[in-house]
Design a protein around this ligand. Sequence first.
Ligand code: AMP
Ligand code: TRP
Length: 328
Amino acid sequence: MKRIFSGVQPSGNLTIGNYLGAIKQFVELQNEGDAFYCVVDLHALTVPQDPDELRKRSREIAQLYLACGVDPDKATIFLQSHVKEHAELGWLLQCVSYTGELNRMTQYKDKSEGKSAVHVGLYTYPVLMAADILLYDTTHVPVGDDQKQHIELTRDIAERFNGRYGDVLVIPEPQIQEFGARIMALDDPEKKMSKSAESEGSRIGILEPPERFRKKIMRAVTDAENEIRFDPEKKPGISNLLTIYSMFADVPVESLVERYAGQGYGTLKKDLVEVLEDKLGKIQQRFVQFDDQAELDNILRRGAEKARAVAEATLNRVKDAMGLVRFG
Ligand code: AMP
Ligand code: TRP
């Protein structure tokens, strides 16, 4: 039986990159095993957050999981801070992690570059992520390409722990799609689409209205050839649009390339806008249907209880292995 775990930070408006790279997989995987989908609010605190905004966004991400098709009767949806075992295992794992390996994390290097003051939490962030994953005896972690290095670190930490203390932790596998694991920025297809990038024109939010995203698609950077071909190296812009189109419309890229042979970029872009209007429109409608905050809190409360039962058992195993005293 697969055990699936993943998380999304409530640190901005989720983009179609988050959807295609991660959440779409959450929905598919909930039918293949025992799935835990977490809103990682503790991770969001690694950079300054407005408290009211953080509270609002944390619920919003859970509501978006539901709107995108995560079913709370199949998967466990919860907030990271509701299961205190995450922070506790995070500490224990810090004591088997090396500064050398954290220094190599590219996300840390990017986020701290040029800053005079960097919080310790940003540095130890990947160890908390390892705790998230390892607490649930996770076998599969569906994520976008940018998280690969963090999952490799998680595996290294777990293997080291098992080497020192015995066979306690399950070694997880990253589940990264071959296609769509890295959706690129619309205004600069050399960069990843990110919810925190400065440029609004770089991304489309899952909850964004058509009048806003239409312009961004029509202005998306392509190339001077005007030939529709899938070639991420030489034609990153048009290949990114083909990827987004293909994944939302559920049509293979080859079929799109055939369909648009000899046509201009404008036609492809216009049709992509229509596809997005339809698919995002449906998610947005469902988002409104799940707006009952009392019901949402019930789902999160139930989720936290289920998650805690699993997390507590793993943490106890870890404590016993490390030599901490527990009363039976
Ligand atoms: P984050 O926004 O960093 O909390 O990311 C949540 C999930 O979305 C992670 O699994 C990321 O790897 C994934 N993700 C974020 N941006 C992209 C992107 N541009 N393309 C594909 N996946 C992404
Ligand atoms: N670091 C991930 C990101 O920025 C979020 C995350 C935290 C996560 N804990 C996790 C993802 C555990 C998968 C599994 O996208």
